[in-house]
Ligand binder design. Sequence first.
Ligand SMILES: [Zn+2]
Length: 313
Amino acid sequence: MKKLLQDIILERPLLGDGAMGTQLMLAGLEQGNCGEAWNLTHPERVLAIQRRYVDAGSDCLITNTFGGSRIMLTRHSEANHVVEVNRAGVDIARQAFGDKTGYVLGDIGPFGGLLKPFGEFTEDQVRSAFEEQAGALVDAGADAIIIETQTSLEELLIGIQAAQAAGAKCIIGSMAYDVTLDGSTFRTMMGIEPERAAEFMEEHGAHIVALNCGTGMEMERARDAVERYKKVTSLPVMVQPNAGRPQLINMKVVYDETPEQMVKGLLPLLESGASIIGSCCGSTPDHIRAFRKVMDEFLDAKGITRNGDQREN
Ligand SMILES: [Zn+2]
């Protein structure tokens, strides 16, 4: 039987995938259009992107459902398709693995607004949207739910509880940190420090603490975050840094870290004990391929095979 995600990463680190949003743009999605609807209208294009990540060596794929909650889909007049979009997202990722064993992480991104009293959304609205999305992802067979790019503990908690209500076997909470102006530290837009986030996630039953995206959170900062997480929690850690910073070149947003530059930060991340390493905005299958090579060398040096068995001496 396939091991639970939180169990297999105790044996060996796993490789995540790279960006979906920037890859959808390359495949023809226009800025501001609904990428998640492509799970229904252009499934072959989403599948092609995820197959490239599997071919590059990803052990985990994140579903194309970042904006797949009812609140987000309503903004694109897609509210009638919430369950279908999320279900198709899981099916496509599973299909991309083909006959390989891989882990499908059902993605829940931010609902894209603020909770009352700062914004117009009630906790109940967000809760019911996340419960509906988590339910669809779990029912479709996602191996885990990742609540990602989170900046507030209130929204994160609603996501964790929605995943629990849906019966998710593994729950990952992933925060987006920004490096402060003076460069001395990082916290989320809502002022949450990594130690607080990790303690909060552990207290509320998440299985894996993570970080993704953010501003200025490159590989080296991600390693700092792993170390800060590990000081306060024994839960495994997942990281998905961006491929550097966005630059506007010929009216197109391009991220400035090449696979060769980004992969330099991988070994320190592995040595700091990160259990799942992928990458976020701007990264490509080439970034993941470069990661795979270094991760395999790391596993070899430790005498761990890709299927997780300790090699006999
Ligand atoms: Zn990102």
